[in-house]
Design a protein around this ligand. Sequence first.
Ligand code: F6R
Length: 598
Amino acid sequence: MCGIFGYIGNTKKKVALMTNKALCELEYRGYDSWGIAAESDKKMFSVKAVGKISLASTSALQGIEGNVAIGHSRWATHGGVTEANAHPHFNGAHTIAVVHNGIVENHDAIKSFLCEKLGNAFDGLFCSETDTEVIPHLIDYFITHEKKTFEAAFVEAGRMLEGRYAVVAMKIGEPYLLAMRDGSPLVIGKGNHEYFLASDVPAFLLHTRTVLYPGDREYLKISADTMLLRNLDTAKKVDREWTTVTWDKGSATKEGYPHYMLKEIMEQSLSLDKAIRQEDAKLAEFAKIMKDSEHLFFIGCGTAAKMAKLGELYVARIAGRLAHAYVGSEFKVYEQFLNKKSTIVAVSQSGETADVLEGLRVADAMNARILALLNVVGSSIDRMSKKTLFINAGPEIAVASTKAATAQIAVLMLIAYALAGKLAEGKHLMRGVVKDIKTWLTPDVSYDIQKIVVKLAKKNDLYIIGRGLSAPIAHEAAIKIQEVSYIHAEGFPGGELKHGPIALIEHGTPVIALIPNDETKRDMESNTMELRSRGAYVIGIAPENSRLFDEWIPVPDLGPASPIASIIPIQLLAYHLAVLRGNDPDKPRNLAKSVTVK
Ligand code: F6R
């Protein structure tokens, strides 16, 4: 999803190069084109390109020295992947530059407004197909025709925007940057006589750890030495606390692994260990809110939606409570059942997923209580929730969610145990799980799976089956395989096979069977038998081998935490399939790490 960056300082620097480097740090968000604008010798320098930021020829950027720059990595929504559509966007005179993450829903109405006001001067003004381009033209209109200052024009334009945005703007000759946000991420970094603005902290972590998160409908004016935050609607000054980022840049580098995805898979005993170190009191407060509710919902998207489903299963099995899990984009239909006695638990790695935020806005409007299980502190969902538990997985850079998913499973289990009043039992169990994963998850496991993957790399279809706690994992397995290997994959509850999908099975069709040592084992063996007799090539993921398997991936027996043992081999399988098929597992095509549009 789009990444934005802004810089202002009191001494001349190679600002274009610095912005290019900052955008590289945001590459993990997913993008297809990028651009930079900087003021150099009182003139606007700009560059835009389609493709990789890290491959940009830096010699042109090297020569650009100045105090102010903005940059953007774009993930196309309005208009194709072209240089013209890449940000920054400019006013007609090329003196105002704007970068934007989000969506201007009323861009057509703003265009009509400008057309009416500007008459003939409107013709040929727009250079792109984007919704964003209305912003610099609108600011320019207020400056040129209504004689407003840059700041007043920016605020006026901001008040007209409908949708969701984080916007940064600069103007030649003005010694400050302006920014505003409503619904899209924006963080400010404070350095020594310099400030940074970005969609996420890694963009400026090399320069500062002191950060501040503006709230929705707030705008800020930043010069090298001052930062003023105000409410966009009332213009009243807003005071917010600066905080210190404690995590390390080291935890956001590959540390010798060829890809982030592999690193993030292999470090899961560590991330699980951090995830289960939850304070008892916080878990108890979280569980109490859930306990006191009449209706309990979990929402999430993609992988997090599958984990939300596991949340539903865990609270039913461990705490005997009925909950309902839905994907964020489909939640609105349940609005009629929400009231102040409803609790919604949002599950999200980034805390920025637009479809989840949309669901939460619906819940908020009905006065329901919002809880969240997140990885990113200070994210939009964090700010919306009454209480947040953090999974503490550290930055997840690869687009495919791996360590965040298992950390979500671990904390969801602890929540269910807390809800059942058996937190000590849950924590004891999870400490054992972490130990077992640490012993089992060695490079040998990855190597053995790599050997199996060689036999699958040319297949067109792959199916995964599981029952009970393994059913959401079968669905999650399909997402993992689809997104990085681009092989068609589908997950089914084992019992559903004979109701249709079994017709797809031919001689040699690969099917992965998830068979933990739980109450689903016998039925899963029957389902696997049905598949084998129709010629399926069966890969079993199970603590014990079986004559039903063509290939066996042994996993530890983790009891109710079996979903963790089942999903890790699939993550490895998906990773090796991607590499063998020549795909970049860290940046799968068409996908973004943080999906901040509906
Ligand atoms: C798949 C994946 C996505 C995300 C989904 C929600 O590997 O990463 O399906 O799980 O976009 O993202 P978050 O968890 O950030 O809300």
